[in-house]
Ligand binder design. Structure first.
Ligand code: HMG
Ligand code: MG
Length: 298
């Protein structure tokens, strides 16, 4: 059985733009987010309050957030530590995401910490956010494979997921950061999480399309009962600290599939495609999304 409705967690402005060589002007980012909201997306990850030297593309978070904060949509932001939380709360952010790793190599590359040191860093962040009734998402990267360590054992992923849930995260997002997952692997991870007491209702999926498996993996997750799916308009994205990562699942490809399955998303595919074509012109490269290409050549 497939769900009747899917919540799309749009990550283009954050996961997409953090990995573009060109630094997009703040006003263009704000327009991008406004257009995504106009297209019917209701959860749009806006930016990150991380160290500006680590992700220079998002160093304008303080300037960007006030330009969009009045939009009638959820605007989650990434926060790695208490310094990031202070910055986000000062601007009125009501949804944050911490981002853990299932592997030591990526924890070191992305956060300059071991897996457990990173969890310790998140603990006061989550506690303070929850005390303030701020919604907390817990990302987990490298849930399937890691560029340095190869395939990642399911039990290793489950351990960190449980730690994030125990800390008080409201939801998880399982990241296939380098896009190596295949559907049976997705289903076995979801089953194992359920067996260990993590309910499907708390789990979102975050696929990258490196091997063209993102939609197949999404369908496997939907069949398991997952109703939150991350995607990036036009398929923008990757990760600056995982070189083999390509773009995220394109939101247009996702919406095309969901429409065909009769699953409601509230997204206007025409408006969304026009937004990605507009963004591609700013970035001076075509969108890798097959659906964007098909619909914009009609
Ligand atoms: P560090 O160098 O260990 O930092 O970096 P530190 O804690 O030692 O602090 C050093 C200095 O940085 C201090 O300043 C801090 O105040 C400052 P000083 O006292 O020396 O003047 N600082 C900050 N400044 C501004 N904002 C902050 C902040 N924190 C410290 N928040 C740190 C540790 C976590 C900060 C760094 O590693 C970092 O910023 N990493 C972010 C990496 C990142 O954003 N990666 C991309 C997101 S993850 C992703 O894309 C995967 C995902 O899509 C899912 C998937 O696909 O897998 C989510
Ligand atoms: Mg990602």
């Amino acid at each position: 059985d497939l769900p009747a409705r899917v919540r799309i967690h749009e990550v283009g402005p954050r996961d997409g733009l953090q990995n573009e060589k060109a630094t997009v002007p703040t006003e263009v980012k704000a327009d991008f987010i406004r257009k995504l909201a106009d297209a019917g997306l209701t959860t749009i990850e806006a930016t990150s309050f991380v160290h500006p030297k680590w992700v220079p593309q998002l160093a304008d978070a303080e300037q960007l957030f006030p330009l969009i904060s009045e939009l009638p949509v959820e605007l989650p932001v990434l926060v790695p530590n208490e310094r990031g939380l202070d910055r986000a709360l000062t601007l009125g952010a009501r949804r944050i995401a911490v981002f853990a790793s299932a592997t030591e190599s990526f924890a070191k590359a992305n956060l300059n910490r071991t897996v457990d040191e990173a969890l310790a860093m998140f603990e006061p962040v989550v506690a303070r956010a929850k005390a303030d009734k701020v919604h907390v998402r817990g990302y987990l990267s490298m849930c399937f494979g890691d560029p340095w360590e190869g395939p990642v054992p399911v039990h290793q992923v489950v351990r960190v997921c449980k730690a994030l849930m125990d800390m008080g995260c409201d939801e998880l997002s399982l990241g296939d950061t380098i896009g190596v997952a295949t559907p049976a692997h997705v289903q076995s991870l979801l089953s194992q999480l359920n067996e260990e007491g993590v309910p499907t209702s708390a789990i979102g999926v975050h696929f990258h399309d490196t091997y063209g498996q993102a939609l197949a993996n999404t369908l496997a997750a939907l069949q398991h009962g997952v109703t939150t799916v991350d995607a990036s308009a036009g398929g923008l994205g990757g990760c600056p600290y995982a070189k083999s990562a390509t773009g995220n699942l394109a939101t247009e490809d996702l919406v095309w599939m969901l429409q065909g399955l009769g699953i409601d998303t509230g997204v206007d595919l025409g408006r969304l495609t026009a937004t990605s074509v507009w963004m591609a012109a700013h970035l001076d490269r075509p969108s890798p999304s097959r659906t964007v290409r098909a619909l914009s050549h009609k």
